[in-house]
Design a protein. Sequence first.
Length: 479
Amino acid sequence: MPKHRKNKHGKPSKSDKKPEIEKSSGDKPQAQKPETRRQPRPKGNLPKSPQEIENILGKLGNLDDTDDIDDDVSAAVAAYLSGLDESEQAAVAAEVRRLLDALGDNFEIINQEDEDDFDVVSPGLQPRISVEQLLQKLIQERDDPEQIDLYALSDLTTKDAETVRQQWEMVDVARRRAVVADLVEMAQEDIDLELGRFLRIALRDSDAAVRQSAVTGLWEEVAPDLVGPLVQFLQSDPDESVRAAAATGLGGYILAGELDELDTALAMRAEEALLAVLNNDQDPIEVRRRALESIAYSGEAGVRQLIEDGYYHSDPTMRVSSVFAMGRSADVRWRGLVRAELQSPYAEMRAEAAIASGELGAKSAAEDVSALLQDVDERVRLAAIVALGRIGGPVAQDALEAMLLSDNALEVEAADAALEEMQFFDQMDAVSLFDDADEEEWEESEDDDEWYDELNDDLGEYEDDLDDDVDNDVADKLI
C-alpha cells in the first residue's frame, strides 16, 4: 500500500510569531537574606560607558559588532551579568549562546508598540454586529454589507444557527451566492473564521451555486456527519458542478481512512460512491475526473488500473486528472509518465505534471521541472516552484534561489515558501524515525524507486507539428 505523508500541502504556517526579547524593568530589588544569590544592580549602578557595556557583553562570545545591538537591551544585559559572579556569568553566557544558535536569524527585538499588534482580536472572535442584524441587512437593505459584518456568521451558536436556518432563504439568491463565496474565500486567510455550522445550513440551499460553494468550503473539514450529505450530492444532485465538488470533497475521507483517522465503514462508503461514478460511463466527465482524483488516495490495488485508464482516455481533461492522481497516489511507478508530461504542449498538463513530480519526489526530474521556471504560462511557473520545494536537492535549491530575484512578486513569494518547505523537510529527514530493520526496508524501497525511473527514461516526445484544429479543440477543453 502506498505510504502517505500527512497532508504534505499543509506545510508549517509562516505566521508563527517571532521570539520576543523583553527589556529589563530595572526596578530595585527587595532586601534579600545574605545567603541568597546576588541580584542585578539597581538602575543607578548600570554600566554607562560603551566600552564597559562592550566588555560585559563580550562574555556572551562571538559578539564582534556591538554597534548593531540596541543600547537599552545592551545595558540591561550588562546590568544583569554584572550582578552575578564569574561562574554564574559563564553559565548564563553558555545558555544565551545556545538560545542564539537555536534562533538563528529568525527573531527581532520588539518594542511596546510592536507588542500591541499581537493583542488585536480577529473579527471572527469578536463580530461587530449580531446575526439578527446581519440577516436584516441582507434581507432588507439594497447595499451589500461590509465584509467585516459577515463575521457574524462565524462560529454560530445553536440559537443563531436556527435563526439563520429560518431566514436564510429570504435573502436574495444573488446575495446568498456572494455571501457564501466571500466567506469561503475569507476563511482561507483567517483561521479564526469558523464556518462549519453556517455552511451546513447552506448545503440545503435551493440554489446550486450556493450548494457548490458550501461543499467547497467544507472540503478541509473531514467530519463523520458530512459523509452522508456528500455521498448524496455525488449520487443524485441535479447540478453537475455540485456533484463534482462533492466528488472532490470525498477525497479527504479516503485519505483519512488510509491514515486510520476515520471509521473504516465511513471511508468504505465514500470509496464505494466514488467507484460507482468511475464505473458509470453515463456520468458527466467532470464528475468522473474529480472522482478519479479523490480515489487516488486509496491503497486498493484496482486504483492503479483506474488511473492508467484515465491516462489513456480520449478526453484531455481526464488525462490531466489522471496525472494529478498519479502524484496523489504516492506510487513512484508513475514517475516516468509524469516526467514525460512535463513536455506537454498544454499548459494545464505541464502544471499538473510539475506538481505530480513534486508529490512523487522525482529527483531525476529536477532539471526538467527547473526548465519550466521559464515557461510562458504563469500557472506553470508557479507549479514548478511548488514542485521544486518538494523535490529538494541542490538543483532545486539553486533554481529556487534564482527565482528570488524575479520581478514577479507572486513568484518571489512562492519561491521563498518553497525554500522554507524544502528546509523543513530536510530537517525532518535528518531525524531517524525508524529502527535499523525499518531503515533497511526503506533503503530497498529507494532502490526500487531508481529502478522505476530508469525503466521509464525514454517515453518519447510530443510532436511539434500537431494538427492546429485538434490542438485548439484540446486547448479549449483544458481552459
